[in-house]
Design a protein around this ligand. Structure first.
Ligand code: SAJ
Length: 400
């Protein structure tokens, strides 16, 4: 259920390993793409798996669920304005599946979810199908942990956590994932599995916030943060992450809020880390303004729009936020947005008259101010000499 960044790779890897998989997605466009063996987004190697599975007849797709032995739910869990999780997609998927149950199925939730969601999914099914109260439907959580860009490798090699509502559900889920998973498959209960997934992404968020805070402190004290981190990381038990323009993507900037919502009084550090990372784009905008001061109508080259290096994914990208908000609040600035991985600007930028997608060489030539927002390899290759006479705001330490 759900043929996105997680559901489709999972469907393809099961199909590759001998299971008959039927993928379900609400979007007819996605279903049409998958049914013809195509992948509607960029992920290395996935295309080969999907094309093979569709050609073999082991992977089919439709917009409605069909009867099956096992259902895997991999739908989005965005958050509401108050940061609480929007569980409506999970609930809708559970209700759609419930219609087809006969009483002996396994339902696995892969979507990253707040503590208690797997139990809630079981409650929704019980509500829909009171006739199955004494039957043997099993429920488990098996959170995904793969890194976009390396999904097909990490799916197979990463360890997995499985948390069943009952020990039987855990065992059965573990057996199923053994079909393709070469990592360890660790068994616990559902709520621990849910929090473990959130804790992993919060761990990273808190550590990135630490690096981002150090970068702001270093700016204030006139210290090169990149040198500082490199030196500190020579300690055998220190491993500080890298500062940047903020935290993007659909996971690390979202999941910690689910812990905050579950225990608002207790999750003080986790909340503060989110606030530190969310405030970094505004801090950088101030630095760009300061760098442009005194230049009448500055031309600003903004290098990078993606949420991390060497990908084309702009989801929740702090770089995108910085370019948009800076362009809106500085209408006299001319902004040359450089993103070699996309062929056109996203609508939020395309509608602004002072922003233009520009090739890197042209932007560097024309700019008064050069801002580094993403450390794509193509930007790393630019020698400092080419920008030495410009005002520079470098959030990734390319030209130290
Ligand atoms: N970032 C920094 N400094 C760093 C590392 C990352 O600023 O030192 C930024 C990146 O630029 C990016 C954001 O953090 O904006 C997140 O990037 P990421 O590469 O750390 O992670 P994601 O969001 O692509 O994937 C994460 C992974 N989680 C962990 O590494 C704990 C992945 O394994 C999860 O499966 C995924 O979230 C998910 O779907 O939950």
């Amino acid at each position: 259920m759900g043929l996105g960044y997680i559901g489709l790779p999972t469907a393809a890897i099961f199909a590759e390993n001998g299971k008959h998989v039927h993928g379900v997605d609400l979007s007819p466009k996605i279903v049409a793409a998958v049914s013809s063996g195509r992948v509607p987004f960029v992920e290395p190697d996935l295309g080969d798996y999907v094309a093979r599975a569709v050609a073999n007849g082991t992977l089919t797709a439709s917009t409605e669920p069909v009867p099956a032995d096992t259902y895997i739910i991999a739908v989005p869990t965005p958050f509401h304005d108050d940061h609480s999780a929007d569980q409506s997609y999970i609930e809708a998927a559970a209700r759609a599946v419930a219609k087809h149950l006969t009483g002996n199925e396994l339902l696995i939730l892969e979507s990253t979810s707040p503590p208690g969601t797997t139990q809630r999914m079981a409650d929704v099914v019980a509500e829909e199908r009171p006739d199955l109260a004494d039957a043997g439907v099993r429920f488990a959580h098996c959170p995904e942990r793969v890194l976009p860009g390396k999904i097909m490798i990490e799916l197979v090699n990463n360890d997995r956590i499985v948390g069943g509502i009952t020990p039987e559900a855990s065992e059965e889920t573990r057996e199923l994932y053994r079909t393709f998973c070469k990592g360890e498959i660790l068994v616990t209960n559902a709520i621990t599995a849910e929090l473990a997934k959130l804790a992993e992404n919060s761990f990273r968020d808190v550590n990135i916030a630490f690096a981002n805070e150090l970068s702001i402190i270093s700016d204030r004290l006139g210290i090169d943060v990149w040198e500082l981190i490199e030196l500190a990381n020579h300690h055998p038990r220190v491993n500080i992450l890298q500062p940047g323009p903020g935290v993007g993507g659909h996971c690390i900037a979202v999941d910690p809020w689910f812990i905050v919502a579950a225990a608002p009084q207790q999750a003080r550090l986790i909340r503060t880390a989110r606030e530190v990372n969310d405030s970094k784009p505004h801090y950088l905008m101030e630095r760009i303004r300061a760098a442009s001061q005194g230049i009448g109508t500055p031309t600003v080259a903004m290098l990078g729009l993606a949420f991390k290096p060497n990908i084309d994914d702009l989801r929740e990208s702090p770089a995108l936020q910085i370019v948009r908000e800076y362009a809106e609040s500085n209408p006299s600035s001319r902004i040359l947005a450089v993103e070699p991985h996309v062929s056109e600007l996203p609508t939020t930028l395309a509608e602004l008259s002072n922003v233009r997608l520009t090739p890197v060489d042209e932007a560097l030539e024309a700019a008064d101010v050069v801002v580094v927002l993403v450390d794509h390899d193509v930007f790393r290759a630019v020698p400092f000499d080419r920008v030495a006479d410009k005002a520079i705001v470098d959030s990734k330490g390319l030209w130290r």
